[in-house]
Design a protein around this ligand. Structure first.
Ligand SMILES: Cc1cc2nc3c(=O)[nH]c(=O)nc-3n(C[C@H](O)[C@H](O)[C@H](O)COP(=O)(O)OP(=O)(O)OC[C@H]3O[C@@H](n4cnc5c(N)ncnc54)[C@H](O)[C@@H]3O)c2cc1C
Length: 234
């Protein structure tokens, strides 16, 4: 695709946010479980520093896994350091919340959505002041290339259902385009058929095409165009 300034300018107006769920596996549980107890929040003077915690006991009982969610600035910071450094920071926070005697995590998973060159972030985040024109431009096709995904959904950008619904909309738009093209082809064919003089073939030519009758106009048009029979006469 040749660069289309209007398209790239619109894309540049849409930010991509990083959202990181870090998974920590422990040898045993030390956090509260049971009804109404799934999330806990840590308040640090630095905004977003290991703030949102969740245990996985409801989804995966016995897994002994905690998840902590970081976003954007903190995500990028953590992505740039080693998993061991992140583990150390997370354990310090957990010891402030649950006391010094809790066991160390035995495993850690740190997704790197920002550094993944095929992702460069987690989902779109339009600026508060942006208007629907930006989304329309991002969604607009460039020639035969169509665009879809959560970032093309004005109402639900950033969410799974935005991706799902925009996929349906874009496939409908694509089918409509195919239908229009076919319709255009059909009209062109009809018009050229009407404009072209009716063709008949000389006897010697019909001999070379067995089974062809002079009254078979559509077939004669087909033959005169597609097979390039040169000596069709009026
Ligand atoms: C950590 C995280 C947590 C999230 N949490 C939530 C949540 O709780 N709730 C929620 O609603 N949403 C959440 N989201 C957002 C949600 O996942 C996305 O909005 C949604 O997946 C977008 O769907 P999509 O189909 O538009 O794009 P994607 O899911 O990114 O699909 C695009 C696909 O295209 C493929 N692709 C890319 N380039 C090419 C190529 N050149 N050729 C072929 N294939 C290609 C990719 O491999 C991918 O499979 C979260 C996202 C992240 C990262």
């Amino acid at each position: 695709m040749h660069e289309q300034r209007w398209k790239t300018e619109a894309i540049e107006k849409c930010d991509v946010i990083v959202y990181t769920k870090i998974f920590l596996k422990f040898p045993c549980k030390f956090w509260p479980c049971g009804p109404g107890k799934e999330f806990f929040i840590y308040a640090h003077e630095r905004r977003g520093y290991y703030t949102f915690w969740q245990h996985m006991e409801n989804a995966y009982p016995g897994s002994n896994i905690l998840v902590v969610t970081l976003t954007n600035g903190e995500s990028k910071r953590v992505e740039a350091q080693s998993d061991q450094e992140t583990l150390k920071e997370a354990m310090e926070v957990l010891r402030i919340m649950f006391g010094p005697d809790i066991p160390n995590a035995i495993d850690i998973l740190v997704p790197r959505w920002w550094n993944n060159r095929f992702q460069r972030g987690s989902y779109s985040n339009y600026p508060i002041i942006s208007n629907s024109q930006v989304v329309d431009t991002i969604r607009a096709p460039v020639g035969r290339i169509f665009f879809t995904g959560e970032h093309t959904s004005e109402r639900f950008s950033g969410y799974v259902h935005g991706g799902y619904l925009s996929g349906i909309d874009t496939s409908r738009a694509l089918l409509e385009e195919i239908r229009k093209e076919k319709e255009k082809e059909r009209i062109n064919e009809t018009q050229s058929f009407l404009l072209e003089p009716l063709l008949a073939l000389t006897l010697s030519q019909t001999d070379t095409v067995p089974g062809l009758h002079k009254c078979e106009v559509p077939r004669q048009v087909f033959l005169s165009r597609k097979m390039g029979i040169p000596e069709a006469i009026l």
